[in-house]
Design a protein around this ligand. Structure first.
Ligand code: GFB
Length: 320
């Protein structure tokens, strides 16, 4: 049997599962996936019910509930501008909540924990596609180094619990995600949600122009959050190694190509203008997903289809 695949630790449908961050884009997708797979014993706490930054509250919650499985999908996240403007909050908030949850999971006997990181943990000029072995081999992209350092600390903490106590705490590194429950705020969102909103508003206001940040040259890989959730369930069932594993679709496009695709889906045919005073960020971050594919997982939602679905969700839930 491969060292990476354990057949002994299969999840039971009755296992008590805590999805930290279940109201967020990733946590809500994982919750939907768990429910449709028949997992019925899900623990959910909104931020008002349980502040993950409050170590005592987290410790009390874990002592009382003792979840078997913990999925860490809670994080302070944002696009390039939010990361660049608020490094203190991205570093400290993420360090606090992940340390509280990971430590309490260990102290209260969780059988498995899935920590979700990000493709921005890799060096700015990592080889492309980026293998898991590129971690900590070079300097980070400055626009999101605070968030990246927090996520790297989370990975290291999970690995430390494995090394010191034998904990089955695994870490997955998703690429840029999008989908329902994404943040569509133009200042703090990621690029896909921002451009979807900008194209929609430009169309409805009959504007002639749509302003895109940067040069359009950077390349990004986009994975629909339902595919990410499916990969998370797959890893919970089949992966028991402390080594990080990339989660992506294996294909990337330029921001220029992305905005063209979004405008086509939304139906905006005006001009694009480029605000090159805005940062481009990392030039490229395409994940090497051969490890995950080798275990037998692959994505199902093609980018255009995912954008159509996300636009539909936006129209029903966000657009006025
Ligand atoms: O998704 P995004 O905000 O963050 O931006 P990153 C990706 C690219 O899109 C950059 C360009 O080159 C931006 O200049 N872009 C063009 C825009 N127009 C827009 C726009 O209207 N809004 C935004 N937001 N971007 C994030 C990290 O990096 O990736 C996070 O900051 C996280 O920490 C996430 O890791 C996965 O892809 O550059």
């Amino acid at each position: 049997m491969s060292r990476l695949v354990a057949l002994t630790n299969r999840m039971q449908k009755t296992d008590k599962i805590f999805v930290a961050g279940h109201n967020g884009m990733v946590g809500s997708a994982i919750t939907r996936a768990l429910q449709s797979a028949g997992f019925s014993n899900l623990l959910k706490r909104s931020r008002a019910e349980l502040d993950l930054a409050d170590s005592r509250a987290v410790s009390d919650f874990f002592r009382k509930e003792k979840p078997h499985i913990v999925i860490f999908a809670a994080a302070k996240v944002g696009g390039i501008k939010a990361n660049n403007d608020f490094p203190v909050e991205f570093l400290t908030d993420n360090l606090r909540i992940q340390t509280n949850v990971i430590s309490s999971a260990h102290e209260n006997g969780a059988g498995k924990l899935l920590f979700l990181g990000s493709s921005c943990i890799y060096p700015k000029y990592a080889p492309q596609p980026i293998p898991e072995t590129a971690l900590l081999t070079g300097p980070l992209e400055p626009t999101n180094d605070a968030y990246a350092i927090a996520k790297i600390a989370g990975v290291k903490l999970c690995q430390a619990y494995h090394r010191e106590y034998g904990a089955n705490f695994i870490s997955a590194m998703p690429t840029n995600l999008y989908g329902p429950n994404d943040n569509f705020d133009l200042e703090t969102s990621h690029v896909l949600a921002a451009l979807l909103r900008k194209a929609h508003e430009a169309k409805t206001k009959r504007a002639r122009e749509l302003m895109v940040w940067g040069t359009g040259e950077p390349r990004r890989e986009f994975l629909h959050v339902d595919d990410c959730a499916s990969a998370c369930l797959f890893l919970l069932e089949k992966y028991d190694s402390p080594e990080i594993i990339n989660v992506g679709c294996g294909e990337d496009i330029t921001i220029r190509e992305l905005v063209a695709l979004i405008c086509e889906v939304v139906g905006f045919d005006g001009e694009l203008t480029w605000d090159t005073t805005r940062p481009d960020g990392t030039p490229r971050k395409l994940l090497d997903v051969s490890k995950l594919r080798g275990l037998g997982w692959q994505p199902r939602i093609a980018l255009r289809d995912g954008i159509v679905r996300t636009y539909d969700w936006f129209l029903k839930n966000i657009a006025q």
